[in-house]
Design a protein around this ligand. Sequence first.
Ligand SMILES: [Zn+2]
Ligand SMILES: [Zn+2]
Length: 408
Amino acid sequence: MWQIVHQCPQCGAPVLLEETDRIFACPYCRVSLYIAARDYTALYWPASPAVAQEIVFMPYWRFKGMSFSCRGTEVQTKIVDMSRLAVPITGMPFSLGVRPQALKLKFVAPETSGTFFKPCLTLQDAVSGIEEQLNASSAAPRFHQAYIGETASLIYAPVFIHDNRLCDAILNKPIAPVPAEGFTALEPCDQREKLHLTFVPCLCPACGWNLEGEKQSLVLLCRNCNTAWSASKNGLYKIEFALSAEAAPGCIHLPFWKITAQVEGLQLASFADLLRLNNAPEVITPAREQQELAFWIPAFKLTPELFLLAAQRMTFFQEQGPFEENLSAASFHPVTLPSTEAIESITALLAQCAVPRKEMFPKLPQISVQPRTATLVYVPFRPSGSELIHSRMPLSINRNALKWGLSL
Ligand SMILES: [Zn+2]
Ligand SMILES: [Zn+2]
């Protein structure tokens, strides 16, 4: 995992962050700030102090997340961890490769000096380009592909020109001859475009209390006025949440997105329709026909197989409450997956549930999911050895898998 060094805006101390951190917590002056990214995080490696030439920064997309690929009659899952040059410059390495741990990244800010080129390739194109190369040999038709993950960033590598050669400004050594066309195809970012993040104080906008959250958390909680907050570039906004009211002492609440949606391209108006899609042995009662279908997607990252399994079990369970909104003494696993990403995983979930798949999979390209509501629901799990166990159905999640998910 790469680290970022950032100067504390309050006391000036240099503070180390992990790539996945959403909260900047200064160990010196104790200030706690939510890092609200505008679209993606933009980071750079500073040039070696030994380089005297003018530095230009070349953009690379970096993506880490879960991949769900519906091929033939299978939902194939994997972790994608890739980087790719985002500009057409011959001679530049295609990916970032392995970098020494000692090298720390910094956030790109309007005051950062040097020329930063805009990416010519979108993140989506970079990810699918890599995937096409990896899957070129696979014969099974692909009906659906989803990338679910939040760690997407633009990373700038410094270069300079010396003796008609393109040189790496970190290692201070030549990489390739300067491309004949130079950098004329590239467009530099203006100062305003270098503003990718704002730092928002972790204070409850409703009551002024300190908000709580693990450093990777996208959602902050106020135990004083029982509210939950997330951040956009415009600051903190309140989000709907609920807690399953039957929590036993010592349990840990795992967050799920309860999503209701209009699914186009498939008959899926009620819970009964999901049971039919699954060819479930359960008798379909009129009550099931009336019951609204909600998708229950983990609001945290896991290995993709476990993520899909948890979503499937929770969706078939359709937790009915009672729910409450009292955060008082409960302990929580951080929310690390936003609702927008959870919604993107619904088609893969439906594919996973379909029986038989042979008929269903060719319909996948026509499916579109239009979300109506997304509520964050904290569900209590009971610790038992290394597992966390749901109290009323067979679903257990290993604590190490949760911990691993925090670094994805
Ligand atoms: Zn500080
Ligand atoms: Zn509050």
